[in-house]
Design a binder for this molecule. Structure first.
Ligand code: NAD
Ligand code: UFG
Length: 331
């Protein structure tokens, strides 16, 4: 299939491009490099022996998208491009709504003009807001998001559902990711955000390397087993495999929703301990204030994806930590 991957040089996008190329798809990437680097295109080529087509362009740029669809006859889109930092979104709501929502509206309009109706969308566990209980199932209510980033995902899910109601040619998958960490086994691609990382694991690996002095743990007074936040960490290669599984399943029109997680919650302190066990490196940390927009616990019931797609996360927390560290060392 000829697949456009928006945000394809980013963290999850690059791992997914590798798996798409490995199974024989033609991959075209569009990314404005606001949070990734062009060298990722060469890294994907080193891993797979195939070079994806790359456009440095913004999804807000309708003309650029139009050229891409005209030139490549795109059959499906996996839409990763977006701003994603929970904390930053609280201080920059306009930037988040514009980039994520207007950008997606532009993309959808161009898709429609080119009769491309197959879309896999990167949604997020944040659409569940503060869940009434864990593990979280897909039929739990969405809404009550605690930050603008999560609200962009919530609104986009709604917009995509409305789109299908208006035109039943659309085949749409809403993938609610939990917390991807780790890196490709080659160490050529991984989580390599521009600037100081917002997410936990890239911060931990930079502390391990000595680039950053210590980890700040945002709060130890949550109602969790050790007071620190609990998340469903999932190896990025498992998450990427979820996209392949869903694409295989998207033969009919409709809107389908899947949690992509492991079904196990670990706390920030659990993750630090697992990292220390996996690598033998001590992570200095201090307890800081809670971060605005954070919730106590968020982990999935991923059984729907296993039942319907035959997909299940395979890798352990130690494997996630080891691969994240191997990537950091190699880069
Ligand atoms: P990432 O920042 O590594 O990748 C996103 C890519 O999109 C980047 O390369 C960035 O340069 C690009 N981009 C951003 N805005 C763009 C625009 N307007 N035009 C073109 N390119 C643009 O992030 P990621 O972790 O790979 O996340 C991918 C998607 O998954 C995002 O939509 C994110 O919200 C979602 N998601 C991520 C997580 C996570 O923990 N990483 C969890 C849930 C959902
Ligand atoms: N944390 C720290 N110190 C840090 C960074 C994070 O203690 O330096 C803590 C957070 O407070 C939270 C946990 O580590 O308790 C995980 O934080 P992340 O920033 O790594 O991830 P979030 O759960 O906040 O959000 C991530 C993605 C979102 C996505 C969400 C889905 O960034 O895009 O997972 O669960 F929507």
């Amino acid at each position: 299939m000829r697949i456009l991957v928006t945000g394809g040089t980013g963290y999850i996008g690059s791992h997914t491009c590798v798996q798409l190329l490995e199974r024989g798809d033609e991959v075209v990437i569009v990314d404005n490099l606001s949070n990734s680097k062009e060298i990722v295109v060469s890294s994907i080529e080193k891993i797979t022996g195939k070079r994806p087509v790359f456009y440095r362009a913004d999804i807000l740029d309708r003309e650029a998208l139009d050229t891409i669809f005209t030139t490549h006859g795109i059959e499906a889109v996996i839409h990763f491009a977006g701003l994603k930092a929970v904390g930053e979104s609280v201080s920059k709501p306009l930037e988040y709504y514009h980039n994520n929502i207007t950008g997606t509206l532009t993309l959808l309009d161009v898709m429609r003009e080119h009769n491309c109706f197959k879309l896999v969308f990167s949604s997020s566990a944040t659409v569940y807001g503060t869940p009434a209980s864990v593990p979280i199932r897909e039929d739990f209510p969405t809404g009550g998001t605690t930050n603008p980033y999560g609200t962009t995902k919530l609104y986009l899910e709604r917009i995509l559902s409305d789109l299908f109601v208006s035109d039943d040619r659309w085949s749409i998958a809403l993938l609610r990711y939990f917390n991807p960490i780790g890196a490709h086994e080659s160490c050529l691609i991984g989580d390599n955000p521009n600037g100081i990382p917002n997410n936990l694991m890239p911060y931990v690996t930079r502390v391990a390397k000595g680039t950053l002095p210590q980890l700040s743990i945002y709060g130890n007074d949550y109602p969790t087993h050790d007071g620190t936040g609990v998340r469903d960490f999932i190896h990025v290669e498992d998450l990427a495999a979820g996209h392949i599984a869903v694409l295989n399943h998207m033969t009919d029109a409709g809107v389908r929703v899947y949690n992509l997680g492991t079904g196990v919650g670990y706390s920030v302190l659990d993750l630090v301990a697992a990292f220390e066990r996996a690598t033998g490196i001590k992570i200095p940390y201090r307890i800081a204030d809670r971060r605005p927009g954070d919730i106590a616990e968020c982990w999935s019931d991923p059984s729907k994806a296993e039942r319907e797609l035959g997909w299940k996360a395979q890798r352990t927390l130690e494997e996630m930590c080891r691969s994240a560290w191997n990537f950091e060392k190699a880069n």
